[in-house]
Ligand binder design. Structure first.
Ligand code: NI
Length: 138
């Protein structure tokens, strides 16, 4: 069985890669490269698999999952400027691809501390930046 839980946070960013020239940044990222940044209402989905616990009838404790996601993701990122305030994006351009990878790293690092080694597995993360695109990381 798989459970998917949805979370929301809002954050701003500027797409600007230090590996590219200013001209290349403008050409590749367009409006997203404007110097003062812009915001998104991100939708994060976290999918968890695990055996059905006979006693609780659940595969994951939702309070534990919510607490983990709040502590590691939503609280540190919500209403932040990802480019300026989040260390992971000082040198790494905060595209949805890199954001989903950073979220995965954070959840992986804290997962067994929250659920224990015999707990459910983090199967997939999905981040929707706009209504037109989302990135999934299994
Ligand atoms: Ni953007």
């Amino acid at each position: 069985m798989r459970l998917t839980r949805r979370y929301r946070f809002s954050a701003s960013h500027r797409l600007h890669s230090h590996a590219l020239s200013d001209e290349e940044n403008r050409r590749i990222y367009g409006k997203c490269n404007y110097p003062f940044g812009h915001g998104h209402d991100y939708v994060l989905e976290v999918s968890v698999t695990g055996p059905l616990d006979a006693a609780t009838g659940r595969i994951v404790d939702l309070d534990t999952l919510d607490g983990l996601v709040a502590r590691e993701i939503v609280t540190p990122l919500d209403h932040k400027n990802l480019s300026l305030e989040v260390g992971a994006f000082r040198e790494t351009v905060p595209t949805t691809e890199n954001l989903v990878a950073e979220i995965r790293r954070r959840l992986d690092a804290a997962w067994s501390g929250a659920f224990g080694v015999a707990g459910p597995s983090l199967e997939r993360i999905r981040v929707e930046e706009t209504k037109r695109n989302y990135i999934e990381l299994a």
